[in-house]
Ligand binder design. Structure first.
Ligand SMILES: Cc1cc2nc3c(=O)[nH]c(=O)nc-3n(C[C@H](O)[C@H](O)[C@H](O)COP(=O)(O)OP(=O)(O)OC[C@H]3O[C@@H](n4cnc5c(N)ncnc54)[C@H](O)[C@@H]3O)c2cc1C
Length: 420
């Protein structure tokens, strides 16, 4: 068996039963969304042999608002040109259709993209960095023991309808919120939401009204909200709410669209997708398999913003998969897996912790949040700085004693409500 490849990796070939040699990739990435493309890019720029597997043909649609906040922009590969469809300078806030107020900013707050185009661009970056892409292939499972696995340093990635598994020294699971790799790793979730969206083509007079402006509506169901994200001649209108309230969530979307005066325009696409947030102690790896992005339940619990989490955790997973691919034994593999988990928890984990607390407050008192953002300028300024990427949730809580005390007090009152 060859153990070093020309690129400096540890993959190579293993003999097959028929005497032919079989490729062992350094890193196989499952799923070519933002998380998978970032992981493949990170491992490929490190000079490793990387295979990126995607079940869809690209470009593919993904139910998503396509909001790109500062942390997403900052986590893009160097030189990546954001295919922005809209630059947002104003936000109209409403509370279940009432108390509507628009806040404006001279500086751009965040950008809006179409996912097929954005995701394709990220995959192109990974391929240019040297990753090989296979589309139209569904991974059915991974095996780390048994007859399909030639040795203890190899993982077999089994593809639907193909007899021969793909072999890898390390696997990154980036296969989204219904992840099979996440199930293999044992990822557990504590918040599952259903997002519904309609892509609504509108005439120029309507599109003009939305240019540079989004709407955010705090919804009627606990923890729900709706949005209008304009992208030129199409408005992405969506709502999100806890899973299990499918009919009420659908009704909320219909009412939201009607209130906006958009019922007369036929959506060219309507779709739904679940978002899942991991439990704090959920695993991020098993053996030589790491998970990232939605597959790991890495998502901001309050806004359900997930692109920055996918890009950032994907890059970390790619970097650590490279080290894991080089691991000679189980102890070294475990050490690299723990390092990956530590890196994720120290950054994204802390952000998720604050997001969970904000979600708790928001689910109980959406009116309070609405009043703060529309009636209290410092709160709007913090929101604007956050969306631009000038500050982060942990930084806001650290550096604003008033915000910290308010959150602590609301946390305590929430706990009292729950027990009393
Ligand atoms: C309604 C809604 C609106 C949202 N709006 C925003 C927003 O405005 N901004 C934001 O930041 N986040 C938003 N999110 C969250 C964001 O869409 C996700 O967090 C993000 O797409 C996660 O990226 P990912 O790469 O982990 O997963 P995905 O983008 O889901 O990519 C996973 C990929 O894996 C592939 N795949 C799945 N299974 C297999 C398999 N077995 N074999 C091979 N390939 C497989 C899929 O085809 C897919 O291409 C929204 C989510 C929803 C539901």
């Amino acid at each position: 068996m060859s153990s070093e490849n020309a690129a400096g990796g540890t993959g190579g070939e293993v003999p097959a039963e028929d005497g032919a040699e079989r490729t062992v990739w350094d890193v196989v990435v499952v799923g070519a969304g933002p998380a998978g493309a970032s992981a493949a890019y990170a491992a490929a720029v490190a000079g490793r042999r990387v295979l990126l597997l995607e079940k869809a043909e690209l470009p593919r649609y993904k139910t998503c608002g396509g909001g790109i906040i500062g942390p997403s922009r900052d986590a893009l590969p160097p030189g990546f040109e954001l295919p922005l469809r809209e630059r947002v300078h104003a936000v109209t806030f409403s509370l279940d259709g009432r108390l509507t107020r628009t806040r404006r900013s001279r500086n751009m707050l965040f950008g809006l993209i179409n996912r097929p185009e954005f995701d394709q661009g990220l995959v192109d970056c990974a391929v240019e960095a040297g990753a090989e892409l296979r589309t139209g292939v569904t991974v059915s499972r991974v095996e780390q023991h048994g007859p399909t696995v030639p040795d203890r340093r190899t993982v077999a990635v089994v593809l639907s309808g193909e007899e021969e598994p793909v072999l890898a020294r390390a696997v990154v699971g980036a296969d989204g919120s219904a992840s099979r790799i996440g199930a293999h790793v044992g990822v557990t979730m504590d918040q599952v939401d259903l997002g519904l969206e309609a892509e609504i083509p509108v005439p120029p007079s309507v599109a003009e009204d939305w240019a540079g402006r989004v709407q955010i509506d705090w919804g009627p169901l606990p923890g729900s909200y709706g949005w209008v994200f304009p992208k030129g001649d199409t408005l992405t209108v969506g709502v999100i709410s806890a899973r299990g309230e499918g009919a009420a969530t659908k009704r909320y979307l219909e009412q939201f669209i009607a209130r906006l005066g958009l019922s007369g325009f036929e959506p060219h696409l309507s779709s739904g997708h679940l978002t899942r947030c991991r439990t704090e102690d959920s695993p991020l790896s098993r053996g030589r398999v790491l998970v990232c992005g939605d597959a790991a339940g890495l998502l901001e619990p309050w806004t359900r913003e997930g692109i920055s989490f996918a890009l950032r955790s994907g890059r970390l997973a790619g970097e650590w998969a490279v080290r894991m691919a080089e691991a000679r034994d189980a102890v070294e593999t475990r050490r690299q897996a723990l390092n990956y988990a530590f890196a994720v928890k120290a950054g994204l984990g802390v952000e998720m912790g604050i997001g969970r607390r904000l979600y708790g407050v928001f689910a109980r008192k959406p009116g309070l949040l609405h009043a703060a953002l529309t009636g209290f300028r410092p709160a709007w300024n913090v929101f604007a700085r956050f969306t631009r990427g000038a500050t982060s949730m942990p930084e806001i809580v650290r550096s604003h004693p008033v915000a910290r005390r308010a959150l602590d007090r609301l946390d305590r009152s929430g706990a009292a409500d729950r027990t009393g």
